[in-house]
Design a binder for this molecule. Structure first.
Ligand SMILES: [Zn+2]
Length: 149
């Protein structure tokens, strides 16, 4: 029994678990991945994440979690040729407009082709960064949908 637990701990050290690049940023359910958003009960405004104070009406403790960002529209994008440690450059990043006026900064995949602004994108979760300890950090990767918007 203890031997099995020791073997499991050794296996955990050899293969570090994947982790989210930002705790609470995204989740997944039967419909696939989503971004964690917040909706204000006082004004209906939405934000990225559940905020203690609504960024629209400044009401306190009124935001409740809501799943957003499964699909969006590309607002702008650029290519990063020299990335921070752990990111495999070159890679594309951009802003994606999702429901409720929320704009999400994320990695963008359109293969080697330059995506069109206003193009429709679909959320996926992908490995974005590799830490020195071997841990892989996962996060949002919006993939351009065939045929554009
Ligand atoms: Zn509000």
């Amino acid at each position: 029994m203890a031997d099995g637990a020791n073997k499991q701990r050794a296996a955990d050290r050899q293969a570090p678990a994947d982790a989210p690049i930002w705790d609470g940023l995204y989740g997944s359910d039967a419909d696939g991945p989503y971004i964690e958003g917040g909706r204000c009960a006082a004004c209906g405004g939405m934000a990225l994440g559940v905020r203690e104070i609504c960024p629209h009406c400044h009401a306190a403790q009124q935001m409740a979690p809501v799943k957003i960002g499964r699909r969006g529209t590309l607002y702008t994008a650029t290519v990063i040729h020299q990335g921070p440690e752990g990111f495999a450059a070159p890679y594309r990043v951009g802003y994606v407009d999702v429901e409720g006026g929320v704009r999400v900064f994320a990695h963008i995949d359109n293969g080697s082709a330059k995506p069109a602004l206003g193009q429709g994108v679909v959320l996926t979760i992908a490995k974005l960064r590799q830490r020195q300890d071997g841990t892989t950090l996962n996060g949002p990767l919006y993939v351009a949908t065939p045929g554009g918007s």
